[in-house]
Design a protein around this ligand. Sequence first.
Ligand code: SAM
Length: 175
Amino acid sequence: MILYLGIALSAVILLWVGWNLRLDALWQPTDRMTVRRILHLALVKEGEHVLDLGCGDGRFVVIAAREFAACATGIEVDPARVLWARAWTILARVSSRTRIVWGNMYVADLAGVDVVILFLSPMANCKLQERLRCELKPGARIVSYYHPLWGWEPEEIGVAKNGHPLYLYRIPEER
Ligand SMILES: C[S@@+](CC[C@H](N)C(=O)[O-])C[C@H]1O[C@@H](n2cnc3c(N)ncnc32)[C@H](O)[C@@H]1O
């Protein structure tokens, strides 16, 4: 019995790892000091809507809501991390101002978003750029950790705790 359970568990883990490897961005959490630096760099204000595309365990969502009084949404494709992130928003008592969506970030609704957080990959950034440019409102900010947005001029470049770059972009008033 224990042997069968072990085999079943190993199969589930292997399937989960294999499925994750097919994503454009693998899970790698941002350290909490860098999360705060990114939210400061984006000048997140009370009541603003922060969106983390590929939110992992929801750390940006929780910190944006708890420490910056923002309304925050995280979109994550991995159901295990979605459950984890939702549990965390409840434990942190920010569930009334946050939303963790189980879904595909490439079709996320960008209307009304003030700040977008990206910690993805060059490929994922490239796939998202056109929608960010066309669908975000003028003045919206984007911070991309580590990977730049190709061909875009950053307004500012911050530094993460580990020395990696934080690129801040702003959607111009006129496109
Ligand atoms: C490098 S992690 C960043 C996690 C979190 N934003 C952070 O900084 O701690 C990238 C996340 O994007 C998620 N992801 C990858 N492709 C996705 C997709 N198409 N839709 C939603 N989430 C996706 C992964 O599952 C992973 O959790």
